[in-house]
Design a protein around this ligand. Structure first.
Ligand SMILES: Nc1nc2c(ncn2[C@@H]2O[C@H](COP(=O)(O)OP(=O)(O)O)[C@@H](O)[C@H]2O)c(=O)[nH]1
Ligand SMILES: [Mg+2]
Length: 393
């Protein structure tokens, strides 16, 4: 890690120096205003000083970045190819299923498996599985056990295993069933959706809600950096988190670094005015206070804010670390929301992102971004459902 100080006549000049010297991977540790020494300092405007750091393995990071960019341009072609292959695979699966079905007409007794799907039972004659020696070896039971070990809700396991069976038919090789299982989990996770910018010249208003400490403010800054630095969009922040002075200060610090205007509102009614003041912006990101679940007054204020803001999009921000019962509790409190997307933080702090599947199933709402560390602006990605399905299974 290398740490250096840079000064400039304003934040832009100082940031430029940071970028030229340390590159875009630099992390900003602190910014402050300083004066030149002596009489000259008293007469002139204060300078901006930035304390910035960069990891020494920056070369490695660069290579990873280059690889990422290459991959994303190839991605469309890859998805097309995969989709074609998948539909070919489905046809082959169906054919083999029909063949096996005929052959199995005379065979008897099916091994005892949990999560039997009655519909499949009624329409399909009993079969003998290669795995019928011991139910534990049955791939469906194995999958069910794995999911249960990973704290996936029992109801979800039930649905998943039914679907896997329906797709898998009589496929019995472990690898084949696992490949199908992954596809079923991916389908359940759905396609992630990101911010959809309006194209009528009006700003897109996006609200971030969620419990205290999940990472709303940090995430807002990451998204703002992405849209302002990489997409050249004009961004404004509105902070509705006035419960803690530090919360507003935190947002203001990011705003200053990114040169983004901020307005602070103290009552839900003020949001209209704040939005009206930013009509020349492309994107307005609204930070809110995490509410204590038990404080009904705070929640009714949050509801009022949601109703008054008439935001284009709402993101419910949740931590991957939240356990099953905590999640249920949180979702109950935010059940007044109609349309929203799910944004998960602290992916880097869990081994298996089971919470993502549990919450996705419980709400039926689309996934969006995922944050993978504390670093602003780097540690945010669009959810990769392939990776999540793999690690859940
Ligand atoms: N490990 C980890 N920490 C995070 C992540 N996102 C945010 N944090 C940390 O979580 C803490 C609370 O973040 P903050 O944005 O203030 O949360 P808020 O109260 O929801 O606004 C801070 O220390 C952040 O650095 C993440 O993806 N991974
Ligand atoms: Mg905050």
């Amino acid at each position: 890690m290398r740490i250096r100080r840079y000064t400039g006549k304003d934040i832009h000049e100082a940031m430029l120096k940071v970028k030229m010297d340390l590159g875009s991977e630099a992390i900003i540790l602190n910014t402050r205003k300083i004066r030149r020494k002596g009489v000259k300092g008293l007469l002139s405007k204060p300078l901006t000083e930035i304390l910035a750091a960069v990891d020494d393995d920056i070369g490695l990071k660069k290579r990873i970045e280059a690889e990422k960019t290459k991959n994303s341009s190839d991605e469309k072609a890859r998805i097309d190819l995969l989709e074609t292959r998948l539909s070919q695979m489905e046809t082959i699966l169906k054919n083999i299923y029909n063949d096996t079905k005929k052959k199995d007409e005379q065979k008897v007794s099916e091994p005892l498996v949990k999560f039997e799907n009655p519909k499949v039972e009624n329409t399909r004659p009993p079969t003998i599985s290669k795995y019928n020696v011991n139910p534990v070896d049955n791939p469906f039971s194995l999958i069910a056990k794995r999911l249960a070990d990973k704290e996936i809700e029992p109801e979800i396991i039930d649905v998943l295993v039914q679907n896997i069976k329906q797709f898998a038919g009589n496929f019995e090789s472990h690898d084949e069933v696992m490949a199908i299982a992954e596809k079923v989990v991916r389908d359940m996770l759905g396609r992630p959706q990101t911010i959809n910018l309006r194209n009528d010249g009006k700003p897109t208003v996006v609200l971030f809600l969620g419990p205290t400490g999940v990472g709303k403010t940090t995430t807002l800054a990451k998204i703002a950096a992405e849209y302002s630095l990489n997409h050249q969009k004009k961004i404004a922040f509105i902070s509705a988190d006035t419960y803690r002075i530090a919360a507003v200060e935190q947002l203001k610090t990011y705003a200053e670094i990114l040169n983004i205007p901020v307005s602070v509102i103290y009552t839900p009614q003020e949001i209209k005015e704040a939005i009206a003041g930013y009509q020349d912006m492309d994107l307005i990101l609204v930070d809110t206070a995490g509410r204590s679940h038990n404080d009904e007054l705070q929640f009714s204020e949050l509801k009022a804010l949601v109703n008054t803001a008439e935001a284009d999009e709402i993101y419910l921000v949740l931590s991957c670390c939240a356990g099953r019962s905590a999640c249920r509790d949180i979702l109950k409190h935010y059940s007044f929301l109609k349309d929203f997307k799910l944004l998960f933080t602290k992916f880097d702090e869990v081994h298996v992102p089971s919470t993502i599947l549990n919450v996705r199933y419980a709400t039926g709402k689309p996934l969006s971004y995922i944050t993978v560390g504390q670093s602003v602006p780097d540690d945010i990605e669009v959810v990769n459902v392939e990776n999540i399905a793999k690690s859940i299974l």
